[in-house]
Ligand binder design. Structure first.
Ligand SMILES: [Zn+2]
Ligand SMILES: [Zn+2]
Length: 140
């Protein structure tokens, strides 16, 4: 099962294959600042599951820290995905792969939220313990 996606203008096209390792919403300041949106709906995949099928030379990258390499289309500025080398995972934004049946399992970095969401899902203070976080769950 592959899920097709593209940037805002369509110059860059990609596919994500199989099932993601995790899905949820990130409320961190970095996601907010870069996306210009209040939360980031993420889907985390093994890097080999994500394939750029068109326009790879149109992708530009920026890393403020070594933990996140953010990628976008240089023609339209549309965001595509973020590589997290330390986790061995690639975040393909849920909005970039619209036919993927996105189902959030949790919220992360909720201590930084500016938009509280009352959906009954766990609200991790930072990130789960298995990803190097505290594992502390906050109230909605
Ligand atoms: Zn584009
Ligand atoms: Zn974030």
């Amino acid at each position: 099962m592959t899920h097709k996606g593209q940037c805002f203008c369509g110059s860059v096209q990609l596919e994500a294959a199989g099932e993601p390792a995790a899905m949820g919403y990130c409320h961190c300041e970095s996601c907010r600042s870069w996306s210009a949106g209040p939360v980031n709906a993420f889907t985390l995949w093994k890097p080999e599951a994500v394939r750029v099928t068109r326009g790879a030379d149109n992708i530009v990258s920026y890393n403020k820290t070594p933990s996140s390499y953010r990628k976008w289309c240089k023609t339209c500025g549309g965001h595509l995905f973020t590589e997290h080398p330390a986790w061995g995972l690639t975040d393909v934004y849920a909005a970039v792969i619209p036919d993927f049946p996105y189902q959030a399992a949790l919220h992360v970095n909720y201590q930084e939220t500016t938009l509280r969401i009352h959906d009954g899902l766990p609200k991790q203070k930072d990130v789960p313990q298995e990803m190097g976080g505290s594992g502390v769950v906050l109230a909605e």
